[in-house]
Design a protein around this ligand. Sequence first.
Ligand code: SF4
Length: 413
Amino acid sequence: MRQLLFPKYYRDFKCIGPACEDNCCTTNYEITINKEDYQFMLYKSKLKDEAKNIFERTPDRETYARFKLDEKGHCPLITHDGWCRVYIEDGEDHLPHVCKTYPRIADPRGTTLVDMSLTLGCPEAVRKLCFDPDALTFYERKERVKGKMPKNTYKRPAYFKTIRELVRDILYISDASFEESLYTVGVALSSLSSYENSESKDVFEAIAQVRDQVAQGYPRMMFQQQASSFMHQSVFLSCCMERIEIFLVHYPDSNRRLRHLFGEFRKLLPEELRTEPLHKLSSLWLDKLSNPQALKRYHSYIKKHPQLWNNYALWQANDMDFPKSVWQVYSTRVIFLYVYFRCCLILLAQDRELTDDDFVLVVQSLHTAFHNQNMVVFMKQVQFGFDHCLDLATTTGFSLTPLILLQTMKSSV
Ligand code: SF4
């Protein structure tokens, strides 16, 4: 038997198919197919006559075959109004595994536990996760494993629950802004870093001490004492834009939503700058990011959905199986992504109120890019670029730059 742990947003998810603003069958994703599904399509499907020409084998890869996408990057079996022809002709049970499961993820955590979640490359998944205050209520289900249990020697450390609870409790400090809470998480994990992978009982004591310091408000005091600067934010945004623009040039037929978002930013520019690369316009972004009206609109939107960022930060903890890897990698990732998303939303709020569609666009468009292996190093490249521009690593140490970036947001909270 194994235990499946699934959150409410996973349980509530249903593909919205033709109503989807970024249908995954038309986004130029590689759609792989396993041997069993491939053979069904070629020999038993009602579409078997045309199936011969729509797959190609991938003998050099772990996967068995893949769909040959059409010239627009669409699945060849999608109808003009967005319905799947396998679904229509052969029924849901015969959808290839990847089509049946996307955007669902099943991550084994050792031999007996599986964490179920959704990838945020799907816009409906972002809605289900971020707009429901109860999205992260967890449920359990036991499941009999057919055949042998898979080998997986990974075991969660004894302090797993204690440190996860520390992070969650900090994020839910009721009178703190999200920036303050995130800063506190970063400071807490930084001060606990010497206990990583420790088997000793001292780790529990150290976590309890950090909890005391948090309760007495020390990290928040540090946050409040720092000078703030919009310049850091605009430089950071430019570093993100640079990596994304390089990515979009490299993959010209992919990520239409990220292109659309960057197109919206371009509309904010004076006519003579509209053909310039966005990342070269840091000083212009500085004006936009410090626009008091846009900041006001951003805060009033977030106020309507107070769970948005907490749900996102806790989704990241699940997705990374925090504290499995280096603890500060978690806080750095959440801080950087949060600052990028926040900057994007403030740009969109220059002359109008923000909508839920804006939020979904900003979060989902970057997550679709993360489907591409070349974007796995995005965070590292952004951090490197940011440190380099402001010469931060030499004065502060590489691992502190995310905290410094966050401090710069004090004046705008
Ligand atoms: S991206 Fe999500 S909602 Fe949209 S078609 Fe794919 S699975 Fe359905």
